[in-house]
Design a protein around this ligand. Sequence first.
Ligand code: UDP
Length: 240
Amino acid sequence: MTVSSKAKYRRILLKISGEALMGNSKHGIDPAVIKYITQEVASVLALGVQIGIVIGGGNFFRGKALFEAGLGLVTGDNMGTLATVINALAMRDIFEGNDIATVIMSAIPMSGIVDHFDRRRAVRALEEGNVVLFAAGTGNPLVTTDSALSLRGVEVEADLLLKATNVDGIYSSDPQKDPSAKRYQRLTYQEVLEKELAVMDLAAFCQARDHNMLLRVFNLRKAGALLNIVVGKDEGTLVS
Ligand code: UDP
């Protein structure tokens, strides 16, 4: 695939939380949200940019909540991990229905339903223009899909990690609670740690830092934001 000269990145890896797929519902999947994501992704593919997506599972289960409700820690995490596969299946269905070639690579083998993650095959699929949906997180309990973002990002040599959130970047405090909260345009990994800003799970954050990954936090619900980022416009907050 030839990358358009307009694009600043060749290969990006986007993390979408399961919660983002709920839309206005209290749990589960709103297909309209996935259709919207399809359009945003298509705009980036049109430039020849390769895109992988790490999908969360919090719209169904999160290990931490299940543990607090009385289930075993590892069982809860395993349930959350399976939820990410359910989300990936819904996304593949709608992406393919919109003529976007899509491959799901799961960290846990699920023969006949999804492909098992294989780094070299994932890279090849991206190079051939497929969207690769990375499901089942890292395949291990005790972490979240933030860790899958940093891990897969390093493995497939993504030029940029993107974390989609409900607000348009990293703020000095929670903008939904504090009207004086200010958005940072750029931060270093060190500044995030010093200011104790909640960006993503600490283990994932440190892994991304240790491998010099560029990380951008932005609001995927803002139409055109993904494309803006890919062509080098200012959206959200860049951590480097
Ligand atoms: N999970 C896990 N290992 C992983 C990724 C996810 O055990 O590598 C479990 C964990 O319980 C997590 C849940 O799957 O809470 C859903 O993932 P996540 O919380 O990242 O989903 P999101 O909040 O992004 O929707």
